[in-house]
Design a protein around this ligand. Sequence first.
Ligand code: CIR
Length: 268
Amino acid sequence: MSSSYTFSHAIVRQPGESILDGLRAIDIGAPDISIFRKHHADYVAALRSTGATVIELPIAEDFPDSVFVEDSALCLPELAITMRPGAPSRFGESALMRPTLESVYDNVVDLSGSGHVEGGDILTTESEVLVGLSARTDIAGVNALRDILTQWGYSLRIVETPEDILHFKTDCSLLDEETVLCTPKLAATGCFENYRVIHTADGEQASANAIRFNELVIMPEGFPHTRDALLAAGYKVHTVGNSEAAKLDGGMSCLSLRFSPRKRNACQ
Ligand code: CIR
């Protein structure tokens, strides 16, 4: 079993009206909430279609970006680690997520210290945990995360998130044990030298934020050349609209926490 892309569970949170106040690098217009909700429902249906249990959390209007649940925690089979988001408006999202993690995990650990890490900067593969330093993830946070991961037998490798990119995983996704989907720009940093790399097609860099979730590669709609490359490589591809989340720099990975907890009775 490949624990890096085979999952029994996912956690998502429904988007609220306050998503209009969500963070964004460049303002390209307000997200349309009803379209966002439709896309979100399609995303949840795609996760569920693989047989996974999807825990849908209620709207949290106090946290405009809380639909992007991935940034609040790192979920591994043995434990969940709550993050310390680098964006001040998102800091409280980890405490908000904690009770749900406790309901499915025996071990929930908080990232300690004064550093910051957001889940979007973490790519867990079969052999290592890659963490990209970014405007949201700093070295103090990464060192605190390394301390925890080492205790649990994981190896952490620090990588580079290109400067104008929000998160490491904005530009890459794991496809299987040895393969990643990646923008040429991120691949050029050399971080995936030991992996097989499928590049996003020219002009389709925004398709890099996809997820491998059980048998599916779930990717954003509107990137036909990258989609064709994935189909040609033998992946089962499912596309979901992402136009509204993209206005807030969000993509497929940001919208869920994905995991298979080793817990006595992990079901909801
Ligand atoms: C933010 O800037 O924090 C949100 N608007 C988008 C977060 C996207 N999350 C992710 O890439 N993991």
